[in-house]
Design a binder for this molecule. Structure first.
Ligand SMILES: [Cu+2]
Length: 331
């Protein structure tokens, strides 16, 4: 009897007007899903059993001292996120363009062929050269050739420099060039990450193809922020690494607008090399890679597990600047 009275009091309390007010439904648009188990910009995190369609692996250092590099500027449809297609302008049909690698003192002989229907050009941040000679506009079906000898080690952006530069970069014309020091760095698991943004208008025609929204670009308000051209690519397909073993990340921020507050969740960078600075920064949690800049990060992961890497500017991580390292036991 006593139990029944108590239960009746509880029911009465739960249905009182005050309690009903507290239990009012949350504001429209509130996220009712339980939070993710770890901070990673809310991207779906997959397992490392399926490889990404574009590996982040750095190309191997070669002993060649003369590099003949030829690229073609061409427009392609680029899938920024599943079923989100963008009318991209590219070097060699990929966004970002191919990763290049040379050593200080090498000769880089470069040719750009314009296979597109508008002028394009090439600007290597690793080169010291007169831009009006080397970085000039190339008309459709024409080409330009120039040679340079990189003097400064680091990881450098390259990009189309044709006006309006913001549009040519936002549309996909950028990439990374690694310049090794003369004495090779110690062996490590090496990866290249190029951060960049996409600003999209409404979809048109086949595949609901998107093109650049100039006002969004001027407002620095991208729809997607990506590593290696695809939103959350390495979150849905994590990059497998060995725990406890050295990792080296060559990171370029192509922008065109957003800084990258680069951070690996669960790790502290042992060293951050900024271009040819004589001494690296040691023991760094987050490092800001400027637009048009690069940095080399060295770290080890302390135990097997999943370690998200993000731009810690979390609006950008939520828009796709996120990936995951899947650390497995070293054999
Ligand atoms: Cu261009």
């Amino acid at each position: 009897m006593r139990f029944i009275v108590l239960a009746a009091l509880v029911v009465a309390a739960c249905s009182s007007p005050a309690t009903q007010q507290q239990a009012a439904p949350p504001a429209q648009g509130a996220n009712l899903n339980p939070p993710a188990e770890m901070s990673h910009g809310e991207a779906p995190v997959g397992v490392a059993t399926t490889k990404p369609d574009r590996a982040a692996d750095a190309p191997a250092r070669t002993k060649a001292r003369h590099h003949r590099i030829r690229m073609t500027a061409v427009a392609v449809r680029h899938e920024v996120s599943p079923d989100v297609w963008y009318d991209a302008w590219t070097f060699d049909s990929v966004v970002p363009g191919p990763v290049l690698r040379a050593t200080v003192g090498d000769t880089v002989e470069f040719t750009l062929i314009n296979g597109a229907n508008m002028p394009h050009s090439m600007d290597f941040h690793a080169a010291e050269i007169a831009p009006n000679r080397a970085y000039r506009n190339v008309m459709p079906k024409d080409s330009v050739q120039f040679t340079f000898v990189p003097r400064v080690p680091g990881v450098f952006m390259y990009h189309c420099g044709t006006a309006p530069v913001a549009a040519h970069i936002a549309n996909g014309m950028y990439g990374a060039l690694i310049i090794d020091p003369a004495a090779p760095r110690p062996a490590a698991q090496e990866f290249v990450l190029v951060q960049s943004e996409f600003y999209m208008g409404a979809g048109q025609g086949k595949d609901s193809l998107r093109a650049l929204d100039w006002q969004k670009l001027l407002g620095a308000s991208p729809d997607y922020v990506t590593f290696n051209g695809v939103a959350s690519r390495y979150a849905t397909h994590p990059i497998e690494v060995k725990a406890h073993a050295p990792i080296r990340l060559y990171m370029v921020n192509a922008g065109p607008n957003r800084f990258s507050a680069f951070h690996v969740v669960g790790a502290i960078f042992d060293a951050v090399f900024v271009d040819a600075f004589g001494s690296p920064l040691r023991g760094v949690q987050t490092y800001n890679v400027p637009v048009g800049g690069g940095a080399i990060f060295e770290l080890k992961l302390a135990e097997p597990g999943q370690y998200p890497f993000v731009s810690h500017a979390f609006a950008d991580a939520t828009k796709g600047a996120v990936g995951v390292f899947q650390a497995v036991p070293a054999k």
